[in-house]
Design a protein around this ligand. Structure first.
Ligand SMILES: [Zn+2]
Length: 456
């Protein structure tokens, strides 16, 4: 039986940065590492090509009477930049105290190894374990999983499982398991307002035409109410109110508003009425300005009326909003509000559908749930309670992971997301690390979960 920490060190050495073609050989190295590891514990491994980086599919067990768990993970990592801010080499995993430092240790190499190790231990004890397992490990998560949906469609037959089991989500302290049961979606777009045929002298022409920057400021100012709600007709119509149990679960985490404000460096919150800041992040949609541009941005002054002004906007969406059912309403309202004298163009960018899965014992319609999914939720609840000493907390999160909606749409499968990384693990940042205590407890939990899922 291998040592999971030593394996993690080996895995991190393959600098599998998906964003940069220079790292292509390392992407292949990471694929080979995983293929060898999984073959070594009895899996049949296949690298399925996509338009960019292949997806690794590894299977064991072929008895159709056995339950079938699909375990998702990704082998790619974020670029290590800025390199000068790393205290240890990003691709030489280094243990300091109770943490292992290195790019990908927490996102997602460590958490994936947690599940591979759990499987290896179970198979060592019982090589005939009555459980079908399929690992699906993609190489483009950090660049938006653009080819993943097409991969799912083309390989649907191979991926006929009972549910998805995965750990690419977070917890808030090392001794409390959190199961993520929802993520917000996304609608990103850019607005451009064009006025005169070219930039103009503000003395020779100022005062006779609508300045595109002024028009943009007026337009943007109209998009929220003073109390922080999005001021677009119908914006909240599809939003599902959080259930009382969701608010209770969130309250159990014991988050402190004052500490959060200090962390953000703000004097006061600007949260829509009826929601705490922690609820607003999880249960409400938003419309955020990500960048304004137009006119002169350099030192000193320039007396110019710019020809164009631009703003980048992202909306976070919540169930049952989708980019498809929201965008026309949002875009039409914006068009209708555009001040006279400028021409408006909207450029749609990426989108993601929000995702939610209700744990079986909280559902109002438990009969609609797949028994296999319910069994997995209960197994995770029991195992996490035994290993962590207290029951897990079920939370929706504010971020967006579009592939969950893709898995649901293409394969019809829901996901049980067992959190394993901590806020201080520095994902995507210098000095990324993974908590070794969480890794150990994660392996124990996952081993119990998978043992409980095997046909018995
Ligand atoms: Zn990840």
């Amino acid at each position: 039986m291998f040592d999971p920490v030593e394996k993690l060190k080996e895995y991190v050495r393959h600098a599998s940065v998906s964003a940069d073609p220079q790292f292509k050989a390392h992407m292949a190295g990471a694929q080979q590492f995983l293929a060898d590891l999984l073959k070594g514990i009895g899996f049949a491994v296949e690298l399925v090509p996509t338009a960019l980086h292949p997806v690794l599919v590894a299977k064991r067990g072929d008895n159709p009477a056995w339950p079938h768990v699909i375990i998702y993970g990704h082998y790619d990592v974020q670029p290590p930049d800025p390199l000068d801010q790393w205290k240890t080499p990003p691709f030489e995993a280094t243990i300091k105290g109770e943490r292992i430092y290195g790019r990908g240790t927490a996102d997602n190499k460590g958490p994936l190894l947690v599940h591979i190790t759990a499987v290896a231990r179970l198979l060592e004890k019982n090589p005939n374990l009555p459980l079908r397992l399929t690992f699906v490990v993609e190489g483009e998560e950090e660049i938006g999983s653009k080819n993943f949906k097409a991969f799912l469609k083309e390989n649907k037959e191979k991926l006929r499982g009972d549910f998805i089991y995965m750990s690419d989500n977070g917890i808030l302290s090392p001794d409390q398991m959190i199961i993520t049961v929802g993520l917000r979606g996304m609608l990103a777009f850019e607005i451009e307002l064009t006025g005169p045929g070219s930039d103009l002298h503000s003395g020779m022409h100022g005062g006779v035409l609508m300045n595109p920057l002024q028009a943009l400021a007026e337009l943007c100012a109209s998009l929220h109410t003073p109390d922080g709600r999005v001021n677009l007709p119908g914006f909240y119509d599809a939003v599902i109110e959080p259930q009382p149990w969701e608010r209770e679960q969130l309250a159990k985490v014991g988050l402190k508003e004052k500490e959060y404000a200090t962390f953000l460096g703000i004097k006061e919150f600007h949260t829509p009425p009826g929601y705490t800041p922690f609820e607003a992040i999880r249960f409400l949609p938003t419309l955020e300005f990500n960048g304004f541009s137009g006119g002169y941005q350099g030192e000193g002054t320039k007396t110019v009326i710019p020809r164009t002004a631009r703003v980048k906007i992202t909306c976070r969406l919540v169930p049952n909003q989708t980019p498809a059912n929201m965008k026309e309403a949002i875009f039409n309202s914006i068009r209708a509000r555009c001040p006279k004298g400028v021409t408006l163009t909207i450029k749609e960018q990426h989108g993601a559908t929000p995702y939610v899965v209700i744990p079986p014992d909280r559902s109002n319609t438990p009969k609609d749930q797949s028994p296999a999914l319910a069994k997995c939720f209960r197994a995770v609840d029991k195992a996490a309670t035994e290993v962590f000493g207290k029951p897990p907390i079920y939370l929706r999160e504010g971020g967006s992971v579009g592939l969950l909606a893709d898995l649901k749409e293409v394969l019809g499968l829901d996901a049980v997301m067992m959190g394993l990384f901590l806020p201080e693990d520095n994902l995507h940042a210098p000095n990324e690390s993974f908590h070794l205590g969480v890794m150990k407890r994660g392996i124990e939990t996952s081993e119990r979960v998978l043992a409980a899922l095997a046909k018995g």
